[in-house]
Design a protein around this ligand. Structure first.
Ligand code: ZN
Length: 271
């Protein structure tokens, strides 16, 4: 059985409140040895930390976390938010907690079409990048229908460096050129269940052309369950299906795919 790392799973969501224990046991049984839990808004932080303590890798999946604010939640970002986030990061790192990234942050022009919302998204994204750089943490980027603006912002803060570990473009849905530009800036490309959907030959085509050493896998659960479970609630154990599809793109075994993407995730997040 392959060893896998789910690099983006929202296990704090209340859709798991009834069976979180069993759901995490299934993940561990399916070879998900580590998992990175991104943060949608600052109110989640205390529960995220609680989960990182509970799931410590001792006969269970080892859970790591990030702190940040999702681009569709920018109404929760006010004048104090940057200093609050700064203080939480600083405190958590000083305590040696399992905080390994800033995010998820980025731009989402699919859900936010108003110009003033997009302007605020850019400001909030830049503020979080500044904190990631300040604390030498990678950034988890959410980007949807905002390719050029995302790239412009990343280029503003990050210099060329294919060997760097600046962050990940989570749940990738861009084109080949965007993927390669991000890799050139020291980012990783993370594939979700979207890669498995029947109509998405174009994503599988892109996946087969990317340097496997710059690629990650994720579920983005509870959203985007892979093809065989489409429409159901997603969960970390289903990352196995993403791994199988991606292994097929590279014509390698799922074990090898799991080994390389796990090594990539360990390098990026220092986990
Ligand atoms: Zn997410």
């Amino acid at each position: 059985m392959p060893t896998l790392i789910d690099t983006h799973a929202h296990i704090c969501f209340d859709s798991y409140d009834q069976d979180r224990e069993a759901m995490m046991a299934r993940a561990f049984d399916q070879g998900v040895k580590k998992l990175v839990h991104p943060c949608c808004n600052l109110e989640e932080i205390d529960f995220l930390l609680e989960l990182t303590k509970k799931y410590d890798g001792n006969n269970c999946t080892n859970v790591f976390t990030a702190f940040g604010l999702h681009p569709t939640e920018i109404e929760k970002w006010n004048d104090d938010s940057k200093s609050i986030l700064d203080a939480r990061i600083s405190e958590s790192l000083a305590r040696g907690e399992k905080l390994k990234a800033v995010g998820e942050t980025g731009l989402d022009y699919y859900h936010c079409k108003e110009e003033h919302e997009q302007k605020k998204q850019k400001e909030v994204f830049e503020s979080q990048i500044q904190l990631a750089i300040k604390y030498n943490l990678p950034i988890i980027v959410h980007t949807r229908d905002a390719w050029q603006d995302t790239l412009s912002i990343l280029e503003k803060f990050y210099k060329d460096g294919r060997d760097k570990t600046n962050g990940t473009i989570h749940c990738f849905t861009g084109d080949l050129e965007f993927a390669q530009s991000c890799i050139q800036l020291g980012f990783f490309i993370s594939w979700s269940g979207v890669l498995s959907y029947k109509k998405n030959d174009h994503f599988r085509e892109i996946a087969s052309k990317l340097d496997l050493n710059r690629v990650l896998i994720e579920t983005d659960c509870p959203f985007l369950a892979p093809q065989s479970k489409r429409g159901k609630r997603n969960e970390p154990s289903f990352v196995q299906e993403v791994a199988e599809i991606l292994a097929d793109c590279y014509k390698i075994s799922v074990e090898e795919l799991g080994e390389t993407t796990s090594r990539n995730a360990e390098k990026l997040f220092n986990i």
